[in-house]
Design a protein. Structure first.
Length: 122
């Protein structure tokens, strides 16, 4: 009976240790990562190239579109998911991103980005 309790305690300690080590890794997978630098550059390019749409595409003068995408080797944007509060706005943002090429930025292959566009008239 003592042996079984000892084994249970040992397994519990090992599981708790494994959970805490995973939590530490999730918070800081790699301190030397340069991804935030690339993300800032890509955000700047998007801000400069995706402008407020024509009237009628937004709800009450504003619109929100959220996009998850990656960038192909040729610089074209590959949209994985897109959603907006208005279908016309979704089509507009998708068209703008499909026409955009991000060739002047070195970026990690296969990296996914999530961007929220908030359009406000005024």
């Amino acid at each position: 009976m003592k042996t079984i309790n000892f084994i249970r305690a040992l397994i519990t300690i090992m599981l708790v240790g494994a959970v805490f080590s995973m939590n530490t890794f999730a918070r800081n997978p790699n301190k030397d990562t340069k991804y935030p630098y690339y993300a800032k550059q890509i955000k700047h390019v998007l801000e400069q190239n995706v402008k407020f749409p024509d009237c009628g595409m937004t709800v009450a003068g504003q619109g929100i579109a959220e996009v998850i995408f990656s960038i192909k080797a040729d610089g074209k944007i590959d949209i994985d998911e897109i959603s907006a509060n208005c279908k016309d706005l979704e089509v507009y943002v998708k068209k703008q991103l499909n026409e955009l090429s991000v060739t002047n930025i070195t970026h990690p292959a296969g990296q996914h980005y999530k961007v929220t566009f908030i359009f406000v008239n005024g």
